[in-house]
Design a protein around this ligand. Structure first.
Ligand code: NAD
Length: 301
């Protein structure tokens, strides 16, 4: 069956060299996926430990493939060498596309993107992996907003097929096409969506987290809720999914959603302004971040 060429299948030069800012859960996953599918990638963070952790995760995933006989030891070493960790912008002059994947804080992201724009070539496409922050908001201080769009991966990056490509008001068709092409080269299924807080998937997902949080406040057993949602047919329940996402990321994203849709105050189930906090906020404040610090709803080794 011949598939129709999508609206954004216009001819664009393939991404030969990519970069990712942030070597956390998402940045590390994006670096692994890019290297795994053959696009070399620079991975920049501000902390040496984060780079080490990102590389360790990538090594683990490549080792799993080698164990399954899908990669030889030499191939594994070669793919791993396609991820180049760095603490500086020194080599950013010849990058085709950058994915920003630093913390979900609009002010930090705005500062990082402005700084990044001065380090890259004029034609470099800049993208953000933000879960919820409006692309137009992030673009407002950029000199070349036409080269900027959202590239929203899901966690864990190597397993989740969907990538939302978010087109801002000023994003050019070329930037969208290049981002779509890179997502495809990474073996993903891109969808082009319009800009709004939470885009498509998180606009659906956050009210679901909010519903779960309200159930928790009414004394529900999270393990039971998880089991029931699995019986319903979902691959995992809300508590486990929140552990995977990270409570810090969920709380920050929830704040952006609540700001974007004030008519639905407390998109994490915090209730109307002034009511008690959401169950997810309480987990966050008690340092139960999820898998990233080995304690969330569940305990991890
Ligand atoms: P994380 O906390 O695991 O990693 C963030 C990394 O960014 C850290 O290693 C930190 O040192 C680094 N960093 C901070 N400031 C930096 C800077 N100026 N330059 C370079 N690196 C910097 O966070 P995460 O879960 O990987 O989330 C990253 C982004 O991806 C957020 O915008 C988040 O909303 C989005 N996202 C997260 C998920 C998820 O499930 N966790 C899913 C989709 C999208």
């Amino acid at each position: 069956v011949k598939k129709k060429a999508g609206k954004y299948a216009q001819q664009v030069a393939p991404i030969r060299q990519a970069a990712v800012l942030g070597a956390g859960i998402m940045g590390g996953g994006i670096a692994y996926q890019s290297a795994s599918k053959g696009t070399p990638i620079l991975m920049k963070d501000i902390k040496e430990e984060a780079l080490e952790l990102g590389l360790k995760e990538a090594r683990k995933l490549f080792a799993k493939q080698a164990e399954r006989g899908k990669l030889t030891t030499e191939q594994m070493a070669e793919k791993l060498s396609h991820i180049r960790p760095t603490l500086s912008y020194g080599d950013f002059g010849h990058i085709d596309l950058v994915v920003e994947a630093v913390v979900e804080n609009p002010k930090v992201k705005e500062a990082v993107l402005t700084e990044l724009e001065d380090q890259v070539d004029e034609a470099t496409i800049l993208t953000s992996n933000t879960s919820t922050i409006s692309i137009d908001r992030l673009a407002q201080n950029l000199k070349r907003p036409e080269n900027f769009c959202g590239m929203h991966f899901f966690n864990p990056v190597h397993r989740m097929p969907l990538v939302e490509v978010i087109r801002g008001e000023k994003t050019s068709g070329t930037a969208v096409a290049a981002t779509v092409a890179y997502a495809r080269a990474m073996g993903k299924t891109p969808i082009v969506v319009n800009d709004c807080p939470g885009f498509l998937v998180n606009r659906v997902l956050f009210p679901y987290f909010g519903g779960f949080s309200l159930l928790m406040k009414q004394g529900a057993d999270f393990q039971r809720v998880d089991k029931l949602m699995e019986k319903f047919g979902w691959p995992m329940g809300p508590a486990y999914l929140l552990d995977v996402v990270g409570m810090d990321t969920a709380v920050h994203a929830g704040e952006v959603m609540a700001e974007g849709f004030p008519e639905r105050m407390g998109s994490l189930g915090g209730g109307a302004k002034g009511e008690s906090q959401s169950a997810i906020q309480l987990m966050f404040e008690n340092d139960r971040l999820g898998q990233k610090n080995a304690k969330g709803f569940y305990a991890y080794e």
